[in-house]
Design a protein around this ligand. Sequence first.
Ligand code: UDP
Length: 383
Amino acid sequence: MNLLMVGAGFSCAVIARKYAEQGHKVTVIDSREHVAGNCYSERNAETGVMVHTYGPHIFHTDDKEVWDYVNQWVEFKPYTNRVKTTSQGAVYSLPINLHTINQYFGKTLNPTEAKAFIESQADTAIRDPQTFEEQAMRFVGKDFYEAFFKGYTQKQWGVHPSTLPASILKRLPVRFNYDDNYFNHKYQGMPVNGYTEIVEKILDHENIEVKLNTAFEKSMAEMFDHVFYSGPIDAYFEYQHGRLGYRTLDFKQEIHEGDYQGTAVMNYGDVEVPYTRITEHKYFSPWESHDKTVIYKEYSRLAEEQDTPYYPIRFAGGQGVEQLSQYVALAKKQNKVTFVGRLGTYRYLDMDVTIREAMTVAEKSIKALEEGNAIPAFFVDVA
Ligand code: UDP
């Protein structure tokens, strides 16, 4: 088989490798001048700091196979994401934990007392929280909601949290001990030489050819037996049902002498502060030391036509969300194209889930071929 992979991020890289190892010829194209998609990282020339160019990426997963997969290509070092937030003139620990509770309320509660106290703050009349706001009011109460979530979420999503689904907040744990690890996952770490190297190594195979600065055009498909497409699904169909909504991010980079904030991630809960967070990239590689420091102030806004899409706005009220099913229906009719990844399936995916799905797509599609069947357009339920 002769295959085309559109996009050189994790999705297509993982699929390309599996096919290449089966003896198939694979061409990977990307419109950017580098591989690794939004995971791309590179050393800043002036400071030597490894910078996550498209925003911070922390690898965390419960999936041992995925963890072993990424570790097979490069060396990872232990990294625990610990996030702070500045709100109402003070600095607190996130995700909400016993330290946050005691500090915010000026108390010395133990875990049992803290649980009872937060329950007394919560709006227990809310039986089945549907919105972000209800979820927050039900589980942490008004004070925490307003200090940590309301302003930040308004900035991040551009809408009031009462119009967002509860699922967005469910990403964050609430803990009644002093564990301030942002994630609950079993495996967490950072690649020593950045993420770009992982994707470069995955793609380094005699049956894989990578063409950068190459935008996808429909006519290219004719030269291949099958296409795996990780670009935006609406772009593939030339926006014939309108554009799907995305949030994009603007990063304002600054370089300073010494240290800037003393930690990797500082969120800003107040709506009056225009950015959502500041990331200080040398803290993502705590085993390194640098005299200077690179920071990103992160601003979120609705993506316009020329902007890089980041977060799909996949909920009621999101631009074009009613059209998504039309795009999915169109995509399902394609018999030579499979849609993969965050943009191809219009879902917000963490890196580990992206890799897991790509592994599954590769295995199942190779099996389908071996059995003489066509490769389906989707392997996950994306409707
Ligand atoms: N969030 C918030 N305040 C914070 C951090 C997160 O209100 O200090 C909300 C925000 O709406 C965000 C969601 O919780 O989209 C999920 O947080 P997470 O850190 O998982 O965000 P992501 O990884 O999507 O940037």
